[in-house]
Design a protein around this ligand. Structure first.
Ligand SMILES: [Zn+2]
Length: 453
C-alpha cells in the first residue's frame, strides 16, 4: 500500500468495489478479491462506510481466512470507539475460523483476543442501554470462537441476550449451540426446545442440534422424535439410543474433543480419522482399530457433530468426515498387536467375518518382505548362506470384546486359520495372556522378524 494521502471514496465507489470483491470471492478468486479491496483498506481508517463494506466482504468469505483476519485487525485498530463497527466485527470472527473443524485449538491470530477484551469493556460501558444488545452479540461470537478460553464470557453474553429479547428464537439457538459444543447436552436440549417453540416453522439446524444434544444427554425419546420428524427410518436400538440403517461414515477422533476440555488444556491432542458404523445421524460405533493412542478405540460409541469437516473420495463415493463431539460409551475392548503372513491381499483381515462376537483382525499395513527361510525356521541353527524367501506380511491389531477370555480368542483364531491354510498370524501378547508361554517365545521371534526392518 502507498503511504500517500488516500482519497475519500464516494458511496458508489465503495459499493462498486465491495460488489466486485465479493464476486471474485464467489468465483473462488480470493487473491483477486484481496487486490480489489486495497482502496477500501486505505479509506477505512477515516471512512466508517469503507470499514463496514470490508466487514461485509469478510462475512461473505470473499478473502482467505488469513487475509481476512489481518483486515479485521486493521479495522479494530482504526475504530476503537465505534460500537457499530466493533460489534459487527465481533460477529465476523466466525468467518475467519474454520468452524467445521470443531476440535481445533484456540485461534492464534491476536484479533480474536483483542475483540473479546474490547467488546467486554464496551458491554460494561453500555450496561442497560439499547446499544448493549449488538455489543453482546459481537462479544458472544468472539468468545465462542476462542475454543474453551472464554466460556464464562460467552455464556454470560448469550444469557443476557435472552434476557433482553426472550422471544427471539435465534438467541436460544445460539445458547444451545454453545452448550452443544461444550458438552452440556441437557442444557442444550432445553435451549434448542425453546428456540424451536419460538420459531414459526421447523428449522433444520435447530432440529439437528436438538437431536445431537438429546443423544448426548442420553434422552433417547427426544432424539427419536427429532429424527422421525426429519423422516429418518429409525427405532429404539442398542445402547438405549435410536438406531437406523445408515451408510458407514468417518469421524476425526480427538484425544480431547472441545466438549471434554478446559481452558487450561485446550488442545485436541492426538487425532485420527476412523470408520464409523453409523447408528443415527449423530452417533455410531468406531469400526477401525486405531494406530495411535487417542483414548478411544474400536467398539467405543461416539457422538459426532452434524457438519462434516471434509469428505474423502472412494471411487464415485464421497464419504463425509465428521468431527468427534464426545465419547458416549467406552466398551473396553482388548487389543493385541499381530504380524502375519498371507498369500493374497486382505486374506487375514477377511477372516474377521468368520470370527464370532465382534472380534476383528484389523490390518494396518500389508507389504512384501524378503527374508531368510532358514532364519525363519530356526535362527539358532548354523547355516552358511541365507536362503531368500518372499513373504506377504500383514501387521495390525486384533480387537475383541472384554468378555472373551484370551485363551478362547486365540483358539477361535487358530481354528479359522487352520481351516483356511496358507496364512499365519503371530500375536505374542495374546499367547502370553492365554498362558501359552512356549508359543509366546516363538511368536515373539517371528513377530519381530516380520515387523523388523
Ligand atoms: Zn538365515
Amino acid at each position: 500500500m502507498s503511504n500517500g494521502p488516500s482519497a475519500v471514496l464516494s458511496f458508489d465507489e465503495i459499493d462498486a468495489i465491495a460488489r466486485d470483491a465479493v464476486a471474485e470471492g464467489q468465483a473462488d478468486r480470493k487473491q483477486a478479491a484481496s487486490r480489489k479491496i486495497q482502496p477500501l483498506r486505505k479509506a477505512q481508517r477515516h471512512q466508517p462506510e469503507a470499514a463496514m463494506a470490508l466487514l461485509w466482504i469478510v462475512d461473505e468469505r470473499s478473502l482467505t481466512r488469513e487475509a481476512a483476519a489481518d483486515i479485521l485487525a486493521e479495522i479494530a485498530d482504526a475504530h476503537d470507539d465505534d460500537i457499530a463497527i466493533l460489534s459487527r466485527l465481533g460477529m465476523c470472527l466466525e468467518a475467519v475460523r474454520d468452524i467445521d473443524d470443531l476440535n481445533a485449538p484456540p485461534p492464534e491470530h491476536p484479533v480474536f483476543q483483542t475483540m473479546v477484551t474490547r467488546l467486554d469493556r464496551l458491554t460494561a460501558r453500555y450496561e442497560g442501554q439499547p446499544e448493549q444488545e449488538q455489543v453482546l452479540r459481537g462479544l458472544a461470537t468472539a468468545a465462542r470462537m476462542m475454543a474453551r478460553q472464554h466460556d464464562a464470557i460467552a455464556e454470560d453474553s448469550l444469557r443476557r441476550l435472552i434476557e433482553i429479547d426472550p422471544q427471539r428464537s435465534a438467541h436460544h439457538y445460539n445458547l444451545g449451540l454453545f452448550y452443544k459444543t461444550r458438552g452440556r447436552f441437557a442444557e442444550g436440549v432445553v435451549a434448542n426446545r425453546a428456540a424451536a417453540s419460538l420459531s414459526q416453522e421447523a428449522v433444520d439446524s435447530t432440529e439437528w442440534n436438538l437431536g445431537i444434544c438429546a443423544t448426548g444427554a442420553r434422552d433417547a425419546a427426544t432424539a427419536l422424535d427429532v429424527w422421525k420428524r426429519m423422516e429418518q427410518k429409525i427405532e429404539p436400538g442398542r445402547f438405549r439410543l435410536p438406531e437406523g440403517g445408515y451408510p458407514a461414515c468417518k469421524v476425526r477422533l480427538a484425544a480431547l474433543p472441545l466438549a471434554e476440555r478446559t481452558a487450561d488444556r485446550d488442545d485436541p491432542g492426538e487425532e485420527e480419522t476412523v470408520w464409523i458404523e453409523r447408528l443415527s445421524p449423530c452417533h455410531g460405533i468406531i469400526r477401525s482399530v486405531l494406530y495411535g493412542d487417542v483414548g478411544v478405540d474400536y467398539g467405543d460409541v461416539i457422538l459426532m457433530d452434524g457438519a462434516p469437516i471434509t469428505h474423502h473420495t472412494y471411487g464415485d463415493e464421497q464419504i463425509p468426515v465428521f468431527p468427534h463431539l464426545a465419547t458416549l460409551l467406552r466398551r473396553n475392548y482388548q487389543f493385541f498387536a499381530f504380524a502375519g503372513t498371507q498369500e493374497t491381499p486382505r486374506q487375514l483381515a477377511d477372516i474377521s467375518g468368520e470370527l464370532d462376537g465382534d472380534v476383528v483382525i484389523y490390518s494396518h499395513s500389508e507389504s512384501v518382505k524378503i527374508m531368510c527361510a532358514n532364519c525363519w525356521r530356526n535362527p539358532d541353527l548354523d547355516h552358511a548362506e541365507h536362503a531368500t524367501m518372499e513373504k506377504h506380511v500383514v501387521t495390525g491389531r486384533i480387537a475383541a470384546p472384554p468378555d472373551i477370555a484370551p485363551a478362547q480368542l486365540l483358539g477361535m483364531i487358530d481354528k479359522v486359520i487352520a481351516e483356511r491354510g496358507s496364512c499365519q498370524l503371530y500375536a505374542p501378547d495374546l499367547c502370553a495372556a492365554a498362558g501359552q508361554s512356549a508359543r509366546e517365545r516363538i511368536d515373539r521371534r517371528r513377530f519381530a522378524m516380520l515387523t523388523g526392518n
